[in-house]
Design a protein around this ligand. Sequence first.
Ligand SMILES: Nc1ncnc2c1ncn2[C@@H]1O[C@H](COP(=O)(O)OP(=O)(O)OP(=O)(O)O)[C@@H](O)[C@H]1O
Ligand SMILES: Cc1ncc(CO)c(N)n1
Length: 266
Amino acid sequence: MLTVAGSDSGGGAGIQADLKTMLALGVHGMSVVTAVTAQNSLGVQGAWELPVEAVRAQYRSVVDDIGVQAVKTGMLASVELVEAVAELIAGTDAPAVVDPVGISKHGDSLLAASALDSVRTKLLPAATLATPNLDEVAQLTGVRVESESDLREAAAAVLSYGPEWVLIKGGHLPGDAVDLLTDGTEEHWLRARRHDNRHTHGTGCTLASAIASQLAKGQSVPEAVAAAKEYVTGAIAAGFALGGGIGPVDHAWALRPQAGPGTPSA
Ligand SMILES: Nc1ncnc2c1ncn2[C@@H]1O[C@H](COP(=O)(O)OP(=O)(O)OP(=O)(O)O)[C@@H](O)[C@H]1O
Ligand SMILES: Cc1ncc(CO)c(N)n1
């Protein structure tokens, strides 16, 4: 499976979260780096994009020789990278999970405001599944979700841009962690108990790459999302208190079933 995303030096989100998730779920991990961030549990201290030709070259190297069963996209930073990646995934015969990364948990921007329109008109139409969080829903559609009852309206607004499926992540709402998966016909509500754990850095990246990993193994979109939700919930329950701020989730929890979630070894 291939992730097209930014590097998080702190190892909790981005490319690093994606590759750890792929290892934990038993698929071969490959990566196209779009940007490098200086980042830790306290926030994003700097970000540098790669040239478009470096992103295209990495993508072609992987797809033309090794091949991919599923692609996940994350931080794309600029108009040029959004448009190049949209074209690359549209030309690849594999399901694409698009996590339209806009703002980090600390409120740092990971996407230029000028790129929002390209996300709406080029990237989302190329997605098998889009996985926005509530801030990204508001940025892309103007719909402000304040309670579970607003999730349907948010899903319809994102679907209007053309992805086959959308998963609206309600992780930022109070109460249970509820997400809505729909293709406009079928509706699947995914509900997990909220873990009172502030170490949730990278949950969105982890969920999207877990979904793509399950799609790579041949699962349907609803099956892949259900399995991925279970994986991310366990990873949050077992999250690490690393750094002085929001620590990462524990990507390895499922490899230690005898220990179970909640007992990570540092
Ligand atoms: N405290 C929590 N307990 C249980 N599940 C949670 C919690 N916080 C988030 N989730 C779940 O984690 C998944 C990721 O959602 P979230 O809204 O946190 O993504 P995100 O904001 O894109 O994450 P990030 O930007 O850190 O990568 C969703 O399935 C959400 O419901
Ligand atoms: C590189 C990167 N991608 C995505 C996120 C989403 O939170 C992040 N914090 N950093």
